[in-house]
Design a protein around this ligand. Structure first.
Ligand SMILES: *Cc1c(COP(=O)(O)O)cnc(C)c1O
Length: 416
């Protein structure tokens, strides 16, 4: 029996979300639209199968097909990123990062990562995370004058605290990550270097951002952000020793049975990511981000670090006289989906910060280019300026109307 028949309530809500996604200009940099093929693989009978262990060494029978699917996903990850080992079983980015701690640290050991308010991830040792409670975190940030990571500060902190593990990468970093510089610091202090490329994996796969391969000891990534796969994660390594430690940490260290429907969808996404079209998409994501940043700068927006090298733009709205949250809420009502975000050295509270974070992966997946980015920048300016004057209702309604023409012209992949 169909979903609509068994559970019309949920079926209707899924349709409503599909319409919402189709009608919205999605600027959240960690999101994307997966293809029909990826969606199809996700909703399959593979969800019925238990397969604790790894191909050829499982704890359940009946792995004739699953072993092949997981092996294909692993081979594609290895060839796409140019690594010797890949584990495609982590349930998501956060559990993947936990596996790195389990593989290389003891409770209480020191981990160094970017502070959450500067753009790091919770799992890089932030205080409310298990990684900040069970380990000893040391945090680096960005310079106040440049908005960029200061590698001299990172080195000084590393020499002082001697972390066993260093994370680079994050969730709100608009600039290229200097993997060789992090690697040389990690080597100097004898730390394991983990590159968390969750946000930029698709750019790396498409050749639009330098790769951490050859620099980082281990690489962690989600599969659902710029990489445009299902919700999931991967861990990659070059050395046999690191790979063995990671595999043991994922299973049996942290997880039980892998989500085989997700594994299949990861395999499909990796196949898509190895095509020339994907490389065009990755470069267009960056070109669009630059065009949107230029438009916003021309309209008096204050961008953290002054611009972007990647898919992401962090806006400090202080100069526009409005906080992040009311701006994000008004933009959402106008059909522009963003998220409010802290900016470095934010004087406001994390739940009501000064900034918003935007990005171009989703609009690029819809086929939009630089001209559309300039239009989006203009709409953002109109809405934010109106919110600051406390007179936004008419502007929100008008922008929403204009924007509907744009979303109709650029249908999102995977949506009906
Ligand atoms: C998104 C993200 C994660 C966590 O991924 P989840 O799938 O949400 O658990 C980890 N690290 C970074 C840098 C991320 O951007």
């Amino acid at each position: 029996m169909s979903l609509a028949h068994v559970d019309p309530e949920i079926a209707e809500l899924i349709k409503a979300e599909e319409r919402r996604q189709a009608d919205t200009v999605k600027l959240i940099p960690s999101e994307n639209y997966v293809s029909r093929a990826v969606l199809e693989a996700t909703g399959t009978v593979l969800t019925n199968k238990y397969s604790e262990g790894y191909a050829g060494k499982r704890y359940y029978e009946g792995q004739q097909v699953i072993d092949q699917i997981e092996s294909i996903a692993i081979d594609r990850a290895k060839s796409l990123f140019g690594v010797n080992h890949a584990n495609v079983q982590p349930y998501s980015g956060s559990p993947a990062n936990l596996a790195i701690y389990l593989a290389f640290l003891q409770p209480g050991d020191t981990v160094m990562g970017m502070g959450l308010p500067f753009g790091g991830h919770l799992t890089h040792g932030w205080s409310v995370s298990a990684t900040g409670k069970w380990f000893t975190p040391v945090r680096y940030g960005v310079r106040e004058d440049t908005g960029r990571i200061d590698m001299d500060e990172v080195r000084a902190l590393a020499l002082e605290h001697r972390p066993k593990l260093i994370f680079c990468g994050g969730t709100a970093i608009p600039r290229e990550i200097d993997f060789p510089a992090f690697a040389s610091i990690a080597r100097e202090v004898g730390a394991v270097l983990a590159a968390d490329i969750a946000h930029i994996a698709g750019l790396i796969a498409g050749g639009a951002h330098p790769s951490p391969v050859g620099h980082a000891d281990v690489i962690s990534t989600t599969t659902h952000k710029t990489l445009r796969g299902p919700r999931g994660a991967m861990l990659m390594a070059t050395s046999d020793e690191h790979a063995t430690a990671l595999n043991k940490a994922v299973f049996p260290g942290l997880q039980g049975g892998p989500h085989n429907h997700t594994t299949a969808a990861i395999a499909v996404a990796l196949k898509e990511a190895s095509t020339p079209e994907f490389s065009v998409y990755a470069h267009q994501v960056v070109a669009n981000s630059r065009a949107l940043a230029e438009e916003l700068l021309a309209r008096g927006f204050d961008l953290v670090s002054g611009g972007t090298d990647n898919h992401l733009i962090l806006i400090d709205l202080t100069s526009k006289g409005v906080a992040g949250k009311p701006a994000a809420k008004a933009l959402d009502r106008a059909g522009l989906e963003t998220n409010y975000n802290t900016v470095p050295f934010d004087p406001r509270k994390p739940f009501d910060p000064s900034g918003i974070r935007i990005g171009t992966p989703s609009v690029t997946s819809r086929g939009m280019g630089e001209a559309e980015m300039r239009q989006i920048g203009a709409w953002m300016d109109e809405v934010v300026t109106a919110v600051a004057k406390d007179d936004a209702e008419d502007v929100i309604a008008r922008v929403h109307g204009e924007l509907s023409e744009l979303t109709a012209r650029f249908p999102a992949p995977g949506l009906a």
